[in-house]
Design a protein around this ligand. Structure first.
Ligand code: SF4
Length: 481
């Protein structure tokens, strides 16, 4: 039987399963590692096809190279798949070269960087030991690659959104900008191979499963890879199929917390209503809790009320900016008034909420970033994260930065906390980073905020300790800069 090893390499903890949020979580605020669903889906598909599969998330298990080499020596995989990030790509490739030379497996890399890439970007990388690169959705590609590479079955050109080695040199591209549609027929991630206890809810430390409910986003945010990689047409799973996965998580794996991963969970109010109603009418009601992300448009207060009733403990909004001018330029399709309205509704409904903000866009002056600070204080979210605009390949932001000579030497090897931009047209990167630090400290160190958080966990000492832990981590990280 052919053997496949799917893994995240040892090292810092990056959200390697993400396309648009692939940051290092050690440098962010209160975020924990999300489950490695990209590996989990790939494992489930390969198991169905009769392969022997091993899955390891060495980075989150906090084990080193010794263990990785022990697995290679003992398991002897015929094919390996590793998830890469834009930030870690150079180190990832060094490791792949070493593994290929020592063990000679078929090498598959998976990452947003390989979505219909420019030749100039590929030329920056040593891909001599790589056989296949998946730029799109792993679950629709890995089975076809394994069958072709290991059994000589199928046509590699039929596999969507991949690059494969051309014996004459370079790589051939298959079809990009097409997406698999049948999400309900996908097996659930192979959680029996995942160490589910590693992926936890930040406040309680309980295991939290990531459940992908939909893919794609019709919006045009200039910094985001989603419309490019997952398409502008939203593909939903049926609520029944999502509930079946939740039930399996609860009954088989003892997981009662869920992150509903969708580019915008609330984009279709009718779908959310059906999902929440199903949960409320199911045996899981009152036993499970979930979190999800949302845009502030479209959004209804009734949707938030129903989500809260069904067990939502936190909703995360991409507010992005407190300046209407910057929101317009980043093509967010929302306004500051809508940001404030969403925040007000959450306060009224009693639903905790995260605010995500991005600063350092090419058009931003100090006054724009201070408007964002004003919005943050006024909206008063439970938690915030401020990232610095990162021009991913394939996004309109990348083109704008290129045209305005704002790109640092290489747009690779950086992340949301160390942007590859030189700064904005008006501010240096250093000035942007100082503003980020100022806003985060001003927000989190407010006596009113600290007292509110202490009040929220009077009877939950573990939650209180986690708040303190994340608070200290954030302050230490900010002071290092
Ligand atoms: S709303 Fe914008 S940031 Fe969010 S997934 Fe869609 S395009 Fe990306």
């Amino acid at each position: 039987m052919n053997k496949v090893l799917l893994f995240y390499p040892p090292g810092l903890m990056f959200q390697r399963g993400e396309d648009r949020c692939q940051q290092n979580i050690d440098e962010g605020s209160a975020q924990s590692m999300r489950a490695c669903n990209d590996l989990g889906y790939a494992a489930a598909i390969l198991l169905e096809k009769g392969y022997e599969v091993k899955l390891r998330d060495y980075q989150t298990e906090k084990v080193g190279m010794d263990e990785l080499h022990a697995d290679f020596s003992k398991f002897k995989p015929d094919l390996i798949m590793m998830s890469i990030t834009n930030t870690t790509i150079f180190d990832d490739l060094k490791l792949i070269n070493e593994l290929k030379e020592k063990y000679d497996p078929v090498v598959v890399l998976k990452g947003a960087l390989f979505y219909d890439p420019e030749q100039a970007m590929l030329d920056m990388l040593d891909l001599s030991h790589v056989d296949y690169m998946i730029g799109g959705e792993t679950d629709f590609a890995i089975g076809g690659i394994a069958d072709y590479a290991l059994k000589g079955e199928g046509r590699i050109d039929d596999v969507l959104s991949i690059l494969y080695k051309n014996p004459q040199g370079g790589f051939n591209f298959t079809k990009f900008h097409e997406w698999g549609q049948d999400l309900d027929n996908m097996p659930f991630p192979a959680r029996e191979l995942m160490k589910n206890e590693l992926y936890t809810r930040p406040d309680t430390d309980e295991p939290m499963a990531t459940i992908q409910t939909a893919r794609g986003c019709p919006s045009n945010c200039v910094f985001c890879l989603t419309p490019e990689i997952s398409g502008k047409c939203v593909r939903f799973r049926s609520p029944e199929n999502v509930l079946a996965e939740m039930t399996e998580c609860y009954n088989v794996h003892g997981i009662r917390n869920f992150f509903f991963k969708a580019d915008t969970f609330t984009i279709n109010a009718e779908w959310v209503k059906k999902m929440c109603t199903l949960i409320i009418e199911s045996p899981l009601y009152g036993k499970i809790e979930f979190t999800a992300n949302s845009r502030v448009r479209p959004l209804k207060k009734e949707t938030l009320e129903l989500m809260k009733k069904a067990g939502c403990f936190l909703v995360a909004f991409g507010f992005e900016s407190g300046s209407d001018e910057i929101l317009r330029q980043m093509k967010k399709g929302t306004t500051v008034a809508e940001n404030l309205q969403a925040a007000r509704w959450c306060h009224e409904v009693g639903l905790k909420f995260w605010g995500f903000f991005v600063i350092g866009f090419p058009w931003e002056k100090k006054s724009h970033i201070l408007e964002t600070k004003k919005l943050i204080m006024k909206a008063d979210p439970d938690f915030i994260e401020i990232t610095v605009a990162l021009p991913f390949y394939g996004t309109p932001l990348y083109e704008t930065c290129k045209e305005n000579d704002l790109l640092a030497e290489s747009p690779l090897g950086s992340d949301f906390f160390h942007s590859s931009m030189k700064g904005t047209m008006y501010l240096s990167l250093d000035e942007v980073m100082k503003l980020r630090k100022n806003i985060l400290l001003s927000f989190y160190l407010r006596p009113k905020y600290i007292l509110k958080k202490m009040g929220q966990c009077v009877n939950q000492p573990k939650v209180f300790l986690n708040y303190v832990k994340y608070g200290i981590k954030l302050v230490v990280n900010l002071m290092k800069r």
